[in-house]
Design a protein around this ligand. Structure first.
Ligand code: MN
Length: 294
């Protein structure tokens, strides 16, 4: 199933070019906590499935083109991310990388602020007037379905709810000049576009064999396969859950392949992951210079 969050944070089932509103399955007290609709639905998925199917069957279809899509998990408790998780990406950034040749296996994970997550209809907003380099990274997002701690990799896939496309956008360091923390550089508002939908795991039987591509203004920049990940999805879940508990709606950004490069205001960045979806976002400059300029 493809799930979308649209308009006033309503939940929809997407089928082709249409969306079916199933928000009515949510309990009444939740209606005021609209950002958390999807978290609740993921946590109660199995027991809610009959009601979801019934609501889907009764709903009038809306044209997908007519709705405003948000990130399919607009309120992720955590956004975990794998650094340097494709062999050919390691070292491609030279001195602008803090990885120093180490992969995700040695580095573990880092965090992106959940507040940096936006949806497919948002814009990528760069700081106004910045001379820094801002890069795109094309990544498969893994959406967690169940709470769990210390999950061995053999059981890890039972904790996956689904997948989405994710752009891990980054302000690069300038060695010797500006070497801010990775979490901050990757947490500007809009630096984690997720979408266009949440595709449930049953529709993606082989997440370890998906083509992952990214274009800037139609020019192919990244083109790789998830089979080339160094730390695969089960090992990533094992790693994160060895540190803290995973929660329903958590996002794991699984790392970028080679081809990372800069984006500028006026560009259009497009990501496509096989079976998961495709989305394009425009890059703009912020309306004003921030009090702390970068
Ligand atoms: Mn990344």
């Amino acid at each position: 199933m493809k799930l979308a969050v649209f308009n006033a944070y309503r939940i929809g089932v997407v089928d082709g070019e249409q969306v079916y509103d199933i928000t009515q399955v949510l309990p009444e007290p939740l209606r005021d906590w609209r950002y958390g609709h999807m978290n609740w639905l993921i946590a109660h998925w199995s027991s809610m499935l009959p009601a979801i199917h019934a609501a889907r069957a009764a709903a009038q279809p809306l044209a997908l083109a007519s709705v405003n899509l948000h990130a399919p998990v607009p309120n992720a408790p955590h956004v975990f991310a794998a650094p340097a998780n494709y062999r050919k990406h390691i070292n491609e950034l030279g001195v602008r990388s803090v990885s120093k040749g180490r992969s995700a296996r040695e580095q573990g994970f880092f965090l992106k602020a959940p507040g940096s997550v936006v949806g497919p209809h948002s814009k990528i907003v760069l700081p106004r007037g910045s001379q820094r380099r801002f890069d795109h990274e094309s990544e498969l997002a893994v959406i967690i379905g169940r709470a769990g701690r210390d999950i061995p990799r053999a059981q890890a896939m039972d904790y996956v709810f689904g997948y989405a496309c994710l752009m891990d956008l980054t302000m690069r360091i300038e060695p010797g000049v500006a070497e801010e923390e990775r979490s901050m550089r990757k947490s500007f508002a809009s630096f984690t576009p997720v979408g266009p939908f949440l595709v449930t795991a049953d529709e993606v039987p082989h997440p370890d064999a998906l083509q992952n591509r990214l274009w800037v203004n139609g020019e192919l920049r990244q083109d790789a396969n998830t089979r080339d990940m160094i730390v695969d999805i089960p090992e990533m879940i094992e790693l994160v859950s060895s540190v803290l508990a995973l929660s329903p709606g958590d996002i794991i950004a699984s790392g970028t392949p080679e081809g990372v490069g800069p984006m500028l205001p006026g560009d259009t960045v497009t990501i496509e992951i096989e079976r998961v979806g495709r989305m394009s976002l425009h890059v703009i400059e912020a309306a004003q210079v921030a009090p702390r300029a970068f």
